[in-house]
Write a protein that binds this ligand. Structure first.
Ligand SMILES: Nc1nc2c(ncn2[C@@H]2O[C@H](COP(=O)(O)OP(=O)(O)O)[C@@H](O)[C@H]2O)c(=O)[nH]1
Ligand SMILES: [Mg+2]
Length: 278
């Protein structure tokens, strides 16, 4: 083929392609309109953002992995470790609180994390927590093989002031207290008292906190107040200033099993949390 023939053929082919493109929009443009059906929303400005992750069907998961009842030290340790790692990853989380199969992460009210996009924030935190839970499993359950992969959902709440945020955290700690008090007696009645679950449930119907304590003490010699604080108070994770750091800028993430309903916790940690609850 001569040089001129080749040139004519190439030119013809290019013109042909341009002609087709002019008639048919490129594929990328043809389909891109579906993107406008994607929905997204952002967290309100100036509000504290709380993301609560919760294990999916942990009633089944705890049975499948023989968690001790009503509390399993290893399982709670794994939850706490996962929460610490989430806080390492997301610096705008100021405080977290966990009990049972749930953890609440409080993100600073002025964060611009993911432009405050709700779905991004919730999915990344639940995914990070789930990944960490599986990643650290063997450290806490060296003798128990993971039977199937657990995962966690996420709820988001926005609180416009410090009082509401504090009430949220008090609500979760109160929930821990109520559940733990009930579960401690319930399992004592079954495991030590030989009752069936139905009998234990019937025995506890309508009882108050002090009645449950009395059953524990008089029938099983257990003083509820001596139960581990990890069980009774849940776990609060905060950033504490590292002592010895001259400029006091370095912080480390620490787990505490303390009362966060009373004022003393907030007075003591006001500086490190950057919140004003008083
Ligand atoms: N035995 C045992 N079970 C636990 C422990 N922590 C959580 N669970 C189980 O996980 C459940 C968590 O409650 P919830 O989220 O309401 O139920 P879910 O829908 O089954 O995840 C509890 O009801 C327990 O059955 C633990 O330390 N020991
Ligand atoms: Mg759950």
């Amino acid at each position: 083929m001569t040089y001129y023939k080749t040139l004519a053929l190439v030119t013809f082919s290019i013109l042909n392609v341009l002609h087709i493109m002019a008639k048919e929009p490129p594929i990328i443009n043809k389909y891109v309109y579906v993107k406008s059906n994607e929905t997204d929303s952002t967290c309100l400005p100036g509000c504290w953002i709380v993301v609560r992750v919760d294990g999916k069907n942990f009633h089944r998961f705890s049975k499948a992995h023989n968690f001790t009842k009503p509390n399993d030290h290893r399982a709670l340790g794994l939850m706490n470790q996962s929460a610490v790692r989430v806080m390492d990853e997301y610096r705008d989380i100021r405080i977290a609180y966990g009990e049972s199969d749930e953890f609440s992460f409080v993100i600073h009210k002025d964060t611009d994390m993911y432009s405050r996009r709700k779905i991004k924030i919730a999915t990344y935190i639940a995914a990070c927590f789930t990944a960490r839970y599986q990643f650290h499993w063997a450290e806490f359950f060296p003798e128990t093989k993971l039977q199937y992969p657990p995962h966690f959902d996420a709820h988001i709440a926005e609180y416009p002031n410090d009082v509401m945020l504090r009430d949220y955290l008090s609500w979760r700690q109160n929930d821990c207290h109520i559940n733990n008090s009930y579960n401690t007696v319930f399992w004592a009645l079954i495991e030590k008292g030989g009752m069936t679950p139905a009998q234990a449930e019937e025995r506890l119907r309508g009882t108050l906190f002090k009645d449950k304590n009395e059953i524990l003490f008089s029938e099983f010699g257990i003083n509820y107040n001596n139960e581990p604080e990890l069980f009774r108070k849940g776990t609060t994770v905060i950033r504490k200033k590292v002592s010895g750091d001259v400029k006091c800028k370095k912080t480390s993430v620490v787990c505490l099993n303390v009362d966060i309903i009373k004022n003393s916790f907030w007075i003591e940690n006001y500086g490190s949390l950057g919140v004003n609850f008083m």
